[in-house]
Design a protein around this ligand. Structure first.
Ligand code: GLY
Ligand code: MN
Ligand code: MN
Length: 442
């Protein structure tokens, strides 16, 4: 499995320190474990900002960056070694492990943070932290600042400029470097295999959760986790955008919409495919599908430097609206229908989002008054759809059809790379894959 090399984490920390400036102290906390119900915790997921900077996998740690500090710029507070706790809860790196394995220049038990951190803040002008995200943390941060303020008469300066660390960190995270793209390709390949497995397992009478199990089987056998709860929606359940119940039986003659992806070392993939439960598209289903596919291909075509964030969405909307006319759902002049957003009852979301350590990844979509320009290293999803749910005013024969097609697309120097390109997508490829006769898929 590809990995982010330790040197890359160090470069990320250096970039962040350069961005925030030499007279600063930067504090980024790990995630906490969270209780699901009595004595049961949710599976632990590291905070993405913390993971990006440290690669450190444990809860209840705090990374501190102090640019130019002679005794070490990168300090990690983490849970101390503890034979009893480790016997019950699992292994810990401890401060020694944090230095040996994770590149911390100094490391201390988390219990010592109140004693040590105010000292590190002394004579630093800027305190950068994720203010406003976690109230107890905010209180502790300002408590530490006040401790430093109390030493003013000894000539000690306390931080007086408070910076949202995300402002700098998220800009950095938006641009994926080569080792990150490698992980994202890997996640995309496993998710592709999972979708193929689901297509090949699917048949009428199966339940949505049984198909979900096929996805999970593929994710877990490569040691990955789901990047988000899988959406497995048959028939009109495919028209519920965030359907995660996955409890219904699958009917012959319905479509099945699956939106599922794994994450590899935190890096997400996010694929949607829609296919017939029986393995063969009906005529109207095929027409809707071809319309969404045309929109998706038109949008992907627009992913390149020089275009902005909105360009693919505009291209998708144009194709979808054209298709809605052909399907007999909308009537009128194409430009006016687009201007009036007549497609909205059937296409109510945008065409994508940034993708990375978070499935809906960080990074600004607008800069000032303008949509953001696409640049190499950005990764986004392209995911148009059409939904004719039970409430829609579409012709009766379209009701219950929900189609979304979603791929993960990296912006490259001269265009784009579809990370999920091997996941069957044309009608012919899907039908061949489900029939087991697409070379390479069985
Ligand atoms: N799976 C979440 C999304 O497509 O945005
Ligand atoms: Mn998505
Ligand atoms: Mn998705």
């Amino acid at each position: 499995m590809p990995e982010i090399p330790q040197g890359e984490f160090a470069r990320r920390r250096q970039r962040l320190m350069r961005a925030i400036g030499p007279d600063s102290i930067i504090v980024v906390p790990a995630a906490h474990e969270r209780t699901r119900n009595r004595d049961v915790e949710y599976p632990f997921r590291q905070d993405s900002d913390f993971l990006y900077l440290t690669g450190f996998p444990e809860a209840d740690a705090v990374a501190v960056l102090v640019p130019g500090r002679p005794a070490g710029e990168y300090i990690l507070f983490c849970r101390d070694r503890d034979p009893t706790q480790e016997t019950w809860q699992g292994r810990r790196a401890g401060p020694d492990g944090a230095m040996e394995t994770y590149g911390a220049e100094c490391a201390f038990p988390i219990e010592d943070i109140d004693e040590i951190l105010p000292g590190l803040m002394e004579n630093r002008a800027v305190l950068a932290a994720p203010f406003g995200r976690d109230e107890p943390l905010d209180q502790r941060l300002f408590g530490w600042v006040n401790q430093v303020r109390a030493k003013a008469r000894n000539g000690v300066r306390a931080p007086h400029e408070f910076v949202a660390v995300e402002h700098h960190l998220h800009e950095q995270r938006l641009f994926k470097k080569a080792p990150e793209l490698k992980l994202m390709r890997h996640a995309a390949a496993i998710s592709t295999q999972a979708h193929v497995r689901a297509m090949q397992a699917c048949r009428p009478g199966l339940t949505e959760f049984a198909v979900e199990a096929e996805l999970l089987h593929e994710f877990h056998r490569y040691g990955t986790e789901t990047a988000y709860p899988s959406i497995v929606g048959g028939g009109e359940n495919g028209c519920i955008l965030h359907y995660i119940e996955n409890r219904a039986a699958l009917n012959d003659g319905d479509l099945l919409l699956i939106d599922a992806g794994c994450e590899v070392q935190g890096y997400a993939s996010d694929i949607t495919r829609t296919f017939p439960v029986s393995g063969r598209f009906g005529e109207r289903q095929r027409e809707v599908y071809e319309c969404v596919l045309a929109a998706q291909l038109a949008a992907i075509e627009q992913v390149r430097p020089g275009n902005d964030w909105d360009t693919p969405h505009v291209a998708a909307v144009r194709e979808l609206t054209r298709g809605l006319k052909e399907l007999g759902v909308l009537k009128g002049r194409l430009d006016k229908l687009i201007r009036d957003q007549a497609y909205r009852p059937f296409y109510m979301h945008r065409t994508g989002h940034w993708l990375g350590l978070d499935v809906h990844d960080v990074g600004d979509y607008r800069v000032g008054d303008a949509w953001r320009q696409l640049e190499p290293g950005m990764v986004m999803t392209v995911e148009p759809g059409l939904y004719f749910g039970p409430y829609s005013e579409a012709p009766k024969e379209l009701r219950g059809i929900g189609v979304r097609i979603e791929d993960d697309v990296a912006v490259t120097r001269d265009g784009h790379e579809v990370l999920t390109a091997h996941c069957p997508k044309t009608v012919a490829d899907i039908e061949a894959c489900m029939g087991g006769d697409l070379p390479g898929w069985n």
